[in-house]
Design a binder for this molecule. Structure first.
Ligand SMILES: Nc1nc2c(ncn2[C@@H]2O[C@H](COP(=O)(O)OP(=O)(O)OP(=O)(O)O)[C@@H](O)[C@H]2O)c(=O)[nH]1
Ligand SMILES: [Mg+2]
Length: 488
């Protein structure tokens, strides 16, 4: 493929950045860890718990450098990128611990630097600088757009929206689209209405009852300071893939705006953030997908394949490869495992492993080492056996958030309840085949909808003189995979 001038300029920029990072890394070993996941996947809670555990000595038996006592200290330092907001660790921690509430939704990228002083296994004293970057998974799913023409993207989006799971949600937009003449004159009102109906459709897909994952362009649902700009005012048209847009047509206008979206939104993200990552955590709210049935699960699988594809974008750039290895480890983590009894944790992991494996086959992967874990960054529940009808059920105990409803009851935020969270099937395949393979907390009582019952973060009581540690599930295993080898 011939390189355009703008691509060459872009490559030069990326390489200059890589060289700067590389020379800094010579004196000061640095690992850039990207944390991503779709909205509400659990990124903010994960990063807060990870930093808290590392700086305050959390209970991490499987994270060997810490459990063997080789980490002398970890502390925060000002982060190096002046134009990126700082991850507001202190505020998020305060919310979690003091208010027993979950942090607010964050919609932008943010970053934090953690410096770890440790002793190598051979006894030498060393320092590892960990730059943690939190960014929305929606931005990641935009990267494949870089390799797609407007016509290609239009066709793919239309095909997806005509699938059985989505077509009813897309009906208003499809209706409007049918009356549009792509080759007719450019019309701002038509572009505005298309973009609005298309965005409504994307939003409906994201609704938790459907929990669908594959929704590019990401900024349509989180526009930030680009809201209303032409770069966000376009939508797919029913146009042939090889065709060319007549001058002055609606088609040409949409196509130009699609290009602007790539220039203004996608390329800068790739250059300034994604191309600089060494390792990547992808957080997945798999339980929400299971609760929505096989369609959401297939969609999740497609999104995982889309994510894996992203690790290809920009490959084959020799300058880049010279200065900086590409992402060499990717961890897929199913979050909020504390909504299940521990007897189902391995099963949760098995389902995600299976979905990732199928995605790996579709995306012909990259050379990076991939692992999968089911975890809870902050464990909000405890476990108990509850006897009902002489049957002993493996249950979870937690305090539903104030205002949460189930079975006609509205919780006050202080009362603890025990629920039987349902069990995941032994065979992961079952979830892909049957609507009723997992009904989650809905199993608890016939008409109760416990599925999305949210529990408050746990009450913490310091033991003896020990510092407070946040309870978690398998966060230490995630850490061991992500940075354990760099602390040997
Ligand atoms: N029980 C439990 N709930 C969790 C956990 N992590 C996240 N949650 C829930 O998931 C919600 C979203 O978590 P966040 O960490 O804010 O997710 P995010 O990916 O940063 O979300 P955005 O900032 O909106 O993109 C929280 O408000 C909690 O209700 C966990 O470890 N256990
Ligand atoms: Mg967040």
């Amino acid at each position: 493929m011939a390189l355009h001038f703008s691509d060459m300029v872009e490559e030069a920029r990326i390489s200059a950045r890589a060289l700067r990072d590389f020379s800094e890394g010579l004196f000061n070993p640095t690992l850039r860890l990207g944390i991503t996941g779709l909205s509400r996947a659990g990124k903010t809670v994960f990063i807060t718990a990870l930093i808290h555990g590392l700086t305050r000595g959390g209970r991490f038996p499987v994270f060997e450098p810490l459990s063997s006592g080789r980490i002398a200290r970890a502390h925060l330092e000002p982060q190096p990128d002046d134009a990126v907001p700082r991850f507001d660790y202190e505020r998020h921690l305060h919310t979690l611990i003091e208010q027993r509430a979950w942090p607010n939704s964050t919609v932008d990228i943010s970053e934090l630097r953690l410096v770890i002083d440790y002793q190598r296994t051979n006894g030498a004293e060393r320092t590892l600088t960990l730059d943690i970057v939190d960014y929305p998974g929606e931005w990641l799913l935009d990267l494949p757009l870089l390799n797609k023409s407007y016509e290609q993207w239009s066709n793919e989006s239309l095909t997806l929206s005509r699938g059985s799971a989505r077509s009813s949600l897309a009906a208003p937009w499809h209706g409007y689209l049918a009356g549009l003449d792509a080759e007719g004159p450019a019309d701002e009102q038509a572009a505005l209405t298309s973009a609005r109906l298309f965005t409504d459709y994307l939003r409906a897909c994201r609704d938790e009852r459907f929990a669908m994952s594959l929704l590019p362009p990401g900024r349509f649902l989180m526009p930030g300071n680009l809201a209303g700009s032409p770069a966000l005012t376009f939508a797919p048209l029913d146009v042939p893939e090889g065709g060319s847009a007549p001058d002055g047509s609606l088609w040409a206008m949409m196509r130009r705006r699609y290009q602007a979206y790539k220039d203004v939104v996608v390329r800068p993200f790739f250059r300034d953030h994604f191309a600089r990552l060494d390792r990547q955590v992808v957080l997945v709210d798999a339980l929400a997908a299971f609760n929505s049935g096989p369609n959401a699960l297939f969609d999740l699988e497609a999104a995982l394949a889309g994510i894996l594809d992203c690790f290809h974008v920009g490959r084959g750039n020799f300058l880049n490869a010279l200065f900086r290895p590409r992402i060499d480890r990717i961890l897929f983590a199913a979050t909020k495992a504390d909504h299940l009894h521990h007897s189902s944790h391995d099963r949760l992991e098995a389902v995600l492993r299976r979905a990732v494996a199928r995605a790996v086959m579709r995306a012909e992967v990259t050379g990076a080492t991939i692992d999968v874990v089911a975890l809870a960054a902050v464990r909000a529940t405890r476990e108990a056996q509850v006897t009902r009808d002489r049957e002993s059920l493996p249950s979870i105990l937690g305090t539903p958030m104030s205002g949460e409803k189930a079975d006609g009851e509205i919780f006050d935020g202080n009362t603890e309840v025990a629920t039987f969270p349902g069990e995941l099937p032994d065979d992961p395949q079952a979830l892909f085949e049957s609507e009723t393979a997992f009904r989650g907390l809905a199993h608890a009582q016939t008409d109760a909808d416990f599925r999305f019952l949210r529990f408050r973060p746990p009450r913490l009581t310091p033991e003896g003189g020990d510092p407070i540690a946040l309870p978690h599930i398998r966060l230490d295993r995630a850490l061991q995979f992500l940075i354990g080898d760099r602390l040997q």
